[in-house]
Design a protein around this ligand. Structure first.
Ligand code: SIN
Length: 303
């Protein structure tokens, strides 16, 4: 059998497959479906300083090749994540987890990062500066190189864990943002978050999503994501985690050829809760088909 392991910012993953934040809860919810220890790791639900109820409903609009969500960073807040969610996760998951964090100010990002820095089960901190569904936070930090860099500095100052910055595709040149993050000490970049989109209900003639717009994800965005991963991997020296519409082992291989060290799987988990496991299970056969003996050898192979 081929070699599936990769190194992500100094931490070994048994395989490069990582369920993406917002599609996998706090992990333990999936433990009845399969043993989640087969995953490389997963990124838990975006966590903020204060608890958040999220956006008004409806929050989801179906699309032919994916969906639009406007969840609005619903989460119990970092203190309850630490006291209630992580203890449940520890019972079923023996690997380091990726902690996805969001904020509405530099202080909030730093607060959440510092709290999670104290948790031994957290391997990486994934800093979300790309949520399109909230006002005054999220994506507003990730569309300008200077503010993106400021978030990185604020988080790096309070944690020793590797910091991976999750970028938005809703920008003119993603490489400028990625380079600004690298300059301020980011240990990795993950991309892409969702593409801003909308649907209108023909019967009511109103937007389907209460917040009018939301983030579009699913197989339809894969070529856009792949292009941005390719561009970013060429522009920075730090590892890139690729995501956006990944739904098969072939997609994982393609993302890695474009320069991804690891690959996040998002919407596919919403279609089939076992999707990430099925992708991992079919990686060996896919590797054999394309003559790959060691997955980490193909990272950036198409650059
Ligand atoms: C959300 O909770 O609105 C989704 C998070 C994101 O897209 O970053």
């Amino acid at each position: 059998m081929g070699q599936l392991s990769v190194d992500l910012c100094g931490i070994r993953l048994d395989n490069p497959v990582i369920p993406a934040s917002g599609t996998f809860g706090f992990g333990y919810e999936f433990a009845d479906v399969y043993d989640i220890n087969c995953l490389g790791t997963f990124s838990f639900k975006g966590t903020t300083k204060e608890p958040r109820l999220g956006n008004p409903t409806p929050r989801i609009a179906e699309c032919p090749a994916g969906l639009i969500n406007s969840v609005g960073l619903q989460n119990p807040g970092v203190d309850r994540v630490i006291s209630e969610e992580l203890p449940k996760l520890r019972k079923v998951f023996r690997k380091p987890v990726m902690a996805n964090i969001s904020g509405f100010s530099l202080e909030e990002y730093a607060f959440v990062a510092e709290r999670l820095d104290g948790e031994d089960c957290v391997g990486w901190i994934e800093v979300n500066i790309s949520c399109p569904n909230v006002h005054g936070g999220g994506m507003s930090f990730g569309t300008d190189p200077k503010s993106a860099g400021q978030v990185v500095s604020a988080v790096k100052a309070v944690t020793k864990k590797p910091v991976i910055v999750k970028l938005s595709p809703n920008v003119t040149d993603v490489t400028e943002i990625a380079k600004a993050c690298e300059e301020k000490g980011a240990d990795g970049i993950s991309l892409i978050n969702t593409l801003l989109g909308m649907r209108i209900d023909l019967k009511t003639r109103r937007p389907v999503v209460a917040n009018l717009m939301g983030g579009y994800s699913g197989p339809g965005i894969f070529p856009v994501a792949l292009r941005m991963v390719f561009q970013t991997a060429k522009a920075v020296k730090i590892p890139v985690v690729g995501m956006g519409g990944v739904s098969s082992a072939e997609d994982v291989v393609e993302m890695m050829l474009a320069g991804a060290t690891a690959v996040e799987v998002g919407s596919a988990n919403l279609v089939d809760p076992a999707a990430s496991k099925k992708i991992i299970d079919s990686l060996p056969e896919t590797m054999q088909k394309y003559g790959i003996t060691n997955l980490s050898d193909i990272i950036g192979g198409a650059l």
